[in-house]
Design a protein around this ligand. Structure first.
Ligand code: GTR
Length: 368
């Protein structure tokens, strides 16, 4: 380990100094401790999990020239500050025995891409390819939970569920956590749909969506696979020793993404009680897939890879080997290991068909 990582917290030593050597100890002691640390210092605590008011309404039609059925699902919730709805869209393959596994994209790019009938060339959400491989393709807009701007947490789920009686606490939930909360509400629906195998659902996100997908999948163990595409700072990449975007950059440009406490670590990454390898480790023993792009130095591909390496000992507790490789790979040479996948794609910060094809290959091997 390089000296720039000298202050890295050991994922396998509890706050009380006990070394974790078994999966039981991890599950009972260290995992809950780490979840708590992330809630307190990074994402913030949600005031509610599944609200009692949650309802689902569905409408289905044929799509993709008969290759798919498209289901539109409105997932609606109410709180003291009003009502919100997640507009989930699912394309099911028609030629495949149900229930089917599913890829869920937490979309950050706008709903015009979310209709393959209108935009068949969407590289970032190639629903036709996903469906042709026997998976359901589902998508929702993270802005349904919270629009991506700094409005003092007035709109979205914060406005709906937060108490207005007192000043907002420094550990209150922020936007990333709202988006992740939405993925869990989608999972609440998926568990009720008999066409879907809710035990084989992969949650996927790109960039800021990749940061949110990681937290969603880390915290909600119902997701069988978690995919972080080019998620960089406060996503897969380690905060310590990172090049490109740093905490001070992200917290200044996007003050609404993380909680108030996270700001105290600007330029003080060494003082963080966690680092992102511990977030990746929370996915164990489920499937983890991390990607980087060769020209994405703002995200820091080597740091994303190193973080995966440092998460591996947690997978080892569950007898999973992980990537089983120590060397940073060449571009376009995917590493599909035991429970962990990683690839470095040639090119820019983006989510493209190359990435999706690798996710599907990995899921074919491990989630079937
Ligand atoms: C960048 C931001 C990154 C990443 C990206 C995105 O401007 O600095 O952390 O999240 O946006 O979401 O596209």
């Amino acid at each position: 380990m390089t000296s720039r990582l000298a202050t890295l917290p050991d994922a396998l030593v509890t706050l009380g100094g006990e070394r974790i050597t078994t999966s039981d100890q991890w599950v009972q002691t260290r995992r809950p401790e780490i979840v708590q640390l992330f809630l307190e210092s990074v994402y913030g605590k949600e005031p509610v999990q599944r609200p009692d008011s949650l309802t689902f309404s569905t409408e289905a039609k044929a799509a993709m020239k008969g290759a798919a059925t498209c289901k539109k699902v409105d997932i609606t919730f109410k709180g003291p500050g009003g009502v919100g709805t997640i507009h989930l869209l699912i394309y099911f393959p028609t030629q495949v025995l149900k229930p089917v596994p599913l890829f869920l994209l937490m979309d950050i790019r706008g709903s015009e891409k979310a209709d393959p009938e209108q935009n068949t060339s969407s590289e970032s959400w190639p629903a036709e390819i996903i469906v042709s491989k026997g998976y359901a393709a589902a998508i929702f807009q993270v802005s349904d939970l919270d629009p991506d701007n700094d409005d003092g947490f007035q709109n979205g789920v914060h406005g709906i569920f937060d108490s207005t009686a007192e000043p907002r606490p420094a550990n209150a939930w922020a936007t990333m956590s709202a988006w992740a909360w939405g993925a869990s509400r989608v999972m609440d629906y998926l568990e009720t749909d008999s066409d879907i195998d809710a035990k084989r659902v992969a949650v996927v996100g790109h960039s800021r969506g990749g940061k949110a997908a990681l937290w969603a999948g880390a915290a909600d163990e119902r997701f069988a696979m978690v995919v972080s595409n080019n998620s960089g700072c406060s996503g897969a990449a380690l905060a310590r020793g990172k090049i490109g975007e740093k905490l001070a950059n992200i917290n200044t440009r996007f003050p609404h993404w993380f909680n108030g406490n996270y700001k105290q670590y600007n330029d003080k990454e060494d003082e963080l009680p966690i680092d992102q390898h511990m977030l990746l480790g929370l996915v164990a023993p489920r499937l983890l897939y991390v990607t980087s792009a060769s020209e994405d130095s703002w995200a820091d591909p080597e740091s994303e890879f190193l973080s995966v390496m440092l998460a591996e000992p947690i997978f080892h507790l569950f007898e999973a080997q992980g990537l089983g490789v120590q060397q940073f790979p060449q571009p376009d040479s995917p590493l599909h290991g035991d429970k962990i996948g990683y690839h470095l794609r040639t090119g820019k910060h983006n989510l493209v068909s190359y990435d999706w094809e690798r996710f599907i290959e990995f899921a074919d091997r491990n989630m079937r």
